[in-house]
Design a protein around this ligand. Structure first.
Ligand code: HEM
Length: 543
């Protein structure tokens, strides 16, 4: 006790001495020292690739290469650098080191063979921490990701997804009814596609029929679009979190508080509101569902019911590890909530953009339209004059499958997300990779590599390069990523796209107008890569 009192006395004396001296001076010195150490840390971090012997483009102290990447879109910049530095090189986002690769062996090591060393994504500027319970499947890392992925995987199996076919059919029919009223007119097709994919994913996720296709001013639609708009608005804030990565959680909390207060002061504030609003709505839907024991066939129900299936998904050693935590075999309320919001956002703009690219191709390639229509006519006759599609008969539409594959080869929607972060130091092909370093794939360079996709020029739209008799490594085709952490929604997205295209092209011809772009030259890129040009088309009844 005496010792404690003595200690407190000493502290009091130090404080009073400090007060009597120039506090400002000391604070200034402290700040200067801290800045010096922080700059030293940045300087050292930006020497990593030199130490590893990897080439890098010229970078600036503190900023690294981020300004250049953001200026031109990441995909285009990586493709340009790959031409200059070869298949594997490094660059810096601020002082965060990123290895870029288009080397297939390297990709196989990171994404498949050594995936347990890379069970995280590159740090996203809006990511609080690796283990926050608010992180959905996309943003979570390590065991938390693995556990959630094992629970979610069965939800996207064909046997579960087939329960969602009636919802897809209903929304597609609604889409056709709307298009029927807009025949022979110039259409900005992305407006219609956004509403179609939002209607489908919201209905599939929650069972709630929001019908945002007929109701243009639908609130759900606006809020979802606002979330993406806000991510654009926040570019500056996100640059700050990248440059000051060590303080990211603090800056993000601060940004959340500021925007929350701004939202309170100005009720029309567009930022926190939409994501908060969406999450709140989903929260209420799950709560109601659990309380009233309502049974519907949708993602909410599938996630509530889903459990880890040890027999199917886990290897023996993982079974033992997970069986120790039996409670974790199902998802918590919060996890269901954040994953449903994640599905809404991941399944809306991606599929809508993929269809937008498809209509751009159809308007510019009448011969492709003809081939697809011939296949659909044959399917209709062979299936008792019906175009009812399901997971069993969809494989009969082989050309449609090749067509969509080629669209996504030329226009990979979400190539910036094909990355992993090293969590445990390792070595790949002689290159030592320390924990914390991210590896990102230069998808465009691979998708346009003439050695892989030739002899027909990869710049040409040519679906037959996906003929079943042509064999290629699956690691060269990456629109949905690769390995155990690839896109969990791939089957759902492909089914939705095929259903929409099959039903539309069976009924209508797609025509170009004077405004239809012939080629895309500029893109905007966040998690989704979109053309800057607006795709205008005309639909007309098939002759
Ligand atoms: C054409 C449509 C789509 C494209 C092109 C696409 C593309 C991608 C890509 C490239 C990734 C990263 C994969 C990797 O890192 O290896 C991804 C991840 C993911 N996607 Fe998709 N996606 C689409 C539709 C969907 C849909 C409809 C859903 C949900 C209903 C969805 C949910 C997800 C989720 C949850 C992840 C994270 C998976 C994980 O980290 O385990 N996506 N997607």
């Amino acid at each position: 006790m005496d010792k404690i009192q003595l200690f407190l006395e000493e502290i009091k004396q130090i404080i009073s001495k400090l007060e009597s001296k120039n506090v400002l001076k000391i604070t200034g010195l402290g700040f200067f020292g801290f800045t010096l150490i922080y700059c030293g840390k940045i300087w050292y971090a930006q020497k990593l690739f030199k130490r590893l012997g990897l080439k890098t483009p010229k970078y600036r102290f503190f900023y690294g290469n981020l300004p250049e990447v953001l200026e031109q879109t990441q995909s285009n910049t990586l493709r340009k650098w790959t031409k200059e530095f070869g298949k594997t090189y490094g660059y810096y986002e601020g002082h965060l080191p990123i290895i870029v690769t288009s080397d297939i062996d390297f990709i196989n090591e990171v994404f498949i063979k050594q995936y347990s060393n890379f069970m995280a994504r590159k740090i996203y500027p809006w990511q609080f921490s690796d283990n926050s319970p608010k992180m959905d499947l996309f943003l979570s890392s390590n065991k938390r990701w693995k556990r959630m992925r094992n629970i979610i995987n069965p939800t996207f199996s064909p046997s579960k997804l087939k329960e969602l076919i009636p919802i897809m059919n209903k929304c597609t029919q609604r889409f056709l009814d709307i298009l029927d009223k807009n025949l022979d007119e110039e259409l900005i097709i992305s407006d219609f596609l956004n509403r179609y994919t939002m209607d489908t994913i919201w209905n599939s996720a929650t069972g709630m029929d929001i019908d945002c296709q007929s109701n243009i001013d639908n609130e759900y639609m606006h809020k979802a679009l606002d979330v993406f708009k806000d991510l654009e608005h926040l570019k500056f804030g996100f640059r700050v979190t990248t440059y000051f990565d060590e303080f990211r959680p603090f800056i993000l909390h601060l940004m959340t508080i500021i925007t929350f207060l701004m939202g309170k002061i100005n009720s029309s504030n567009e930022f926190v509101d939409p994501l908060f609003w969406l999450t709140q709505n989903i929260h209420e839907i799950i709560e109601k569902r659990k309380k009233e024991n309502i049974l519907r066939r949708d993602f909410t129900q599938l996630l509530i019911e889903s459990k880890i299936d040890d027999n199917e998904t886990l290897k023996t050693n993982e079974k033992i590890e997970l069986s120790k935590f039996r409670l974790d075999r199902e998802m918590s309320f919060e996890e269901i909530e954040f994953n449903l919001v994640g599905f809404l956002l991941a399944g809306f703009e991606t599929t809508s953009s993929a269809l937008n690219y498809s209509f751009f191709i159809l308007a510019n390639h009448p011969s492709e339209l003809k081939k697809l229509q011939e296949e659909l006519d044959e399917f209709y006759l062979n299936n008792g004059n019906s175009l009812d599609l399901n997971f069993d008969n969809i494989s009969q539409l082989e050309y449609l499958d090749m067509f969509i594959k080629e669209v996504l080869r030329m226009y990979p929607i979400s190539s910036n997300t094909v990355n992993r972060r090293c969590m445990f130091a390792t070595e790949i092909n002689g290159l030592k990779i320390p924990a914390g370093v991210s590896v990102t794939v230069d998808v465009l360079s691979i998708h346009y590599d003439a050695e892989i996709w030739g002899p027909v020029d990869p710049e040409e739209f040519y679906p037959l390069r996906f003929s079943p008799d042509i064999k290629r490594s699956s690691s060269v085709y990456l629109p949905f990523g690769i390995g155990p952490r690839n896109c969990v929604g791939m089957r759902y997205a492909l089914m939705e796209m095929k259903m929409a295209l099959a039903k539309i092209l069976f009924k209508y011809d797609v025509l170009s107008t004077e405004k239809t772009p012939k080629k895309f030259t500029k893109f905007t890129e966040g998690t989704v890569r979109r053309p800057k040009d607006i795709v205008t088309i005309k639909l007309t009844k098939r002759s």
